[in-house]
Structures are given as structure tokens and as C-alpha cells.
Design a protein around this ligand. Sequence first.
Ligand SMILES: *Cc1c(COP(=O)(O)O)cnc(C)c1O
Length: 434
Amino acid sequence: MKYFSTRDKNNITDFRTAVMSGLAKDGGLFMPLSIPLLPSSVISGTEKYSLQDIGFEVAKNFIGKEIPEQEIHSIIESAINFDAPLVQLSEQLSVLELFHGPTLAFKDFGARFMAKIMGYFVKGAGKKLNILVATSGDTGSAVAYGFYGIEGIDVYILYPKGKVSLIQEKQLTTLDKNITALEIDGTFDDCQRLVKNAFVDEELNSILNLSSANSINIARLIPQSFYYINAWRQIKDKSIPTIISVPSGNLGNLTAGLFAKKMGIPIDKFIGATNKNDVFTEYLNTSKFNPRKSVLTLSNAMDVGNPSNLERIIELYEGDIEKIRADVVSESYTDDSTIEGIKEVYEKYNYVIDPHGAVGYQALKHFVESNNLKDINAVMVETAHPAKFKDVVEEAIKNEVEIPERLAACINKEKKSVRLNSDYNSLKDFLMSV
Ligand SMILES: *Cc1c(COP(=O)(O)O)cnc(C)c1O
């Protein structure tokens, strides 16, 4: 498959280059030249396909002949070795649970798939690859675990000091081997800016073989479309409209859902639910894109002031905001509504959600109620396990949240990080010295 840059349609490259460079040289994001429809046997749910089978069907379209099918098979088998079940809460409402991976958030899908793809391409290349990734919490741990121990690749994770939860920080800073955590005195946007600066720094790139692992990397998005297709297959009554609410920050997960729609799942509406960082909501409502500094919220993995993947969404809809509006709505919710949402879902359905899922729940509920929708399938995407945000959730439900063993394991380990300020030169100096 060939890929082009969102900033220049004539800037065309292959899958390998798109994955290994992350961002196009002109600063744009890579998009596939086409998004092929899947065979109806894969979509309809009448024949048996596992999540991995679906993954294989999707991935081979996005990769093409650059990786042999046998290899694509084993990449999927080892990367997507956990499930994404659709859990029914009521007649109308279900939850797409995306937290069954090793770091308990949906980013495991993208990070693990990307790590295996890069591991495949780097084999035999003879030159070490350095991955830089900015994280507002969950990306970093997913990437760290995804790449952990992969030969020929070193990973540097930039996270904003004091702005991720204790558990998130432990996940980021307790791996060794090829993983280094960089603790930046600044915000997530600073981290993202530092990474972007590094990629356009010719001097640095002439010395180091750099790549990114943020949701700007196309290899992160591809596996995130698998679970939307899998979810659609599990919808029982396909004759009524299906609405999916996606808790959104950098808009990678939403973009992957829109990819899945292009591949053939007839979702009526996607809701891009935001917290107080509502640049996307404002864009859809006013047609104005006004990126700004992010503010801190309880759903901190969505604290993004300049959502990168908007460029992809705009490209997907040929720059026509009316076309985007036909498929996507967006609403923004406060921390108070977030807590309210956790509480309400617990009381109504005896089900515990995390703060990100709660933002999605509120937007979904409001959309259903304000449009007076009755016969629909309402799907809320639960992007993280509630135990990752234990304090907030326990406060809301007045009950304890059990910590899964894979999370408990890292909490007692010792934190190791390198502290840097948010000035680009400190990052550069550090990278030049390793
Ligand atoms: C990253 C993340 C989000 C936001 O996803 P985007 O793809 O950046 O929009 C939502 N919830 C959780 C738990 C996350 O980790």
C-alpha cells in the first residue's frame, strides 16, 4: 500500500517508510492512498472470525506486499493476544472494553502492533532505531511495554512531570533494558512539541535514526480499527442505527473508527467525546480550529490542546466539514460530569467505568436523550480499566476498585527517570549524548 502526506498529495511513499518515519518530512501525517472495503463475510458476522482473523484481513490491505502474509499473521498473533469484548449493560447500551491488554488501556493495540512491525523492518537493517514518544499517560506505558526487549530498537518516553497518575508513572518508569523515561518539566503539549522539533532537526537526524510512536504513526491506527469491526459483528440487531461514543484527545481512536466505517461497517454516528480540552468540539460546532494549551482534567489521557489526527479526519472527508458533521458529532464535559457519569453507570448498571469512559458515557447519553432516540444500539468505548484511576473512581462509587495483577506488579518497583526542562536544547543535548 502507498501512503501520502496530509500536507502534500504528491508526497507518496511506501508502508515501510510511513511507519519508520512516523511523520512526513513536510510535517504532515501519512494516509493510505485507498481504504479498501472488506469482504462482506468479514463484516457481516455470519461467518466465524476471531479478532485476530479480522486483524489479518485489515492489516494485509494496509500493508500490501511489503510484508509476507505469513509474517503479518504472526505479527497479529503476538501483538493482539487479548480480546476486545462488547459487554451488554442494557437493551440499548453496551460497552466496548478495550482494556484487556498488558497496560490496561486501548493503546496496547496500537503500540504492540507498531512495535512488532518496526521490529520486523529493523531486522537486518544494521542500524539501531531510536523511538521518541510523547505521552499524556497511557501512550507511554503501552509503547514501553510494546517495545520492551525488541532487538535493535531503543525507546525514549517523554512525559509531563506531575501530570500523570502514580500508577501511570510507575508503568512508564519501571522498565529497563531498551526503555528510558524522560520526565519533562512542562505539559503534554510541550512533550509533543519537543518530539516534533526533534523530527525536523536535520543535525540530530543525521546522527540518530529517529522514529515516532505517537498516535501520529499510521501503524498505531491500523489495529485500532480491528475492534470496531469486531464490535459491529457482535451487534445483534443490525437493522437499527448504531452509535459509538469514543472518548477523544488526540483523535487517533476516533480516526481508526472512521477508517473502519470506510472499510464497510455502517455505523450511523460516531461521537467524539471531549473533556474541557474541547478544540475538536469547537471545530465541529463553529468550523474554527483553534489549538491552544491543554488544561488538566480527570481524564488526563485526553488532555490534548492540538489534536494531531484532525488532519487525517479532514483528509478522510476531503476537507469538507459538512461531510464530517454527517458522520461525527462532538460534545465536551467537565470533571464534575465525569464523576457524575462514573457514579451513574455504577448505580444504574452495577458496572465500573474510568474517567475517560465516563466522558464518553455522558456524551452518548446526552446525544440519545436530546435526539429522543429509542431503537438504537448505543456503544460506549471504554478506553482504560478503572483501576488505572483508582482514587477518582473509588471516590465516585464509594466502593473499592480491584487492581488487576498485571497492574499491581509494577507498583512496588523503583521509579527511574531522567529529568529535563521543556527547552528543546536539553532534549537534543541528552539525545546526542546517549
Ligand atoms: C489516549 C487515550 C484516550 C484518547 O485517545 P485519542 O486516540 O488520543 O483520541 C482516551 N482514553 C484513554 C484511556 C487514553 O489512554
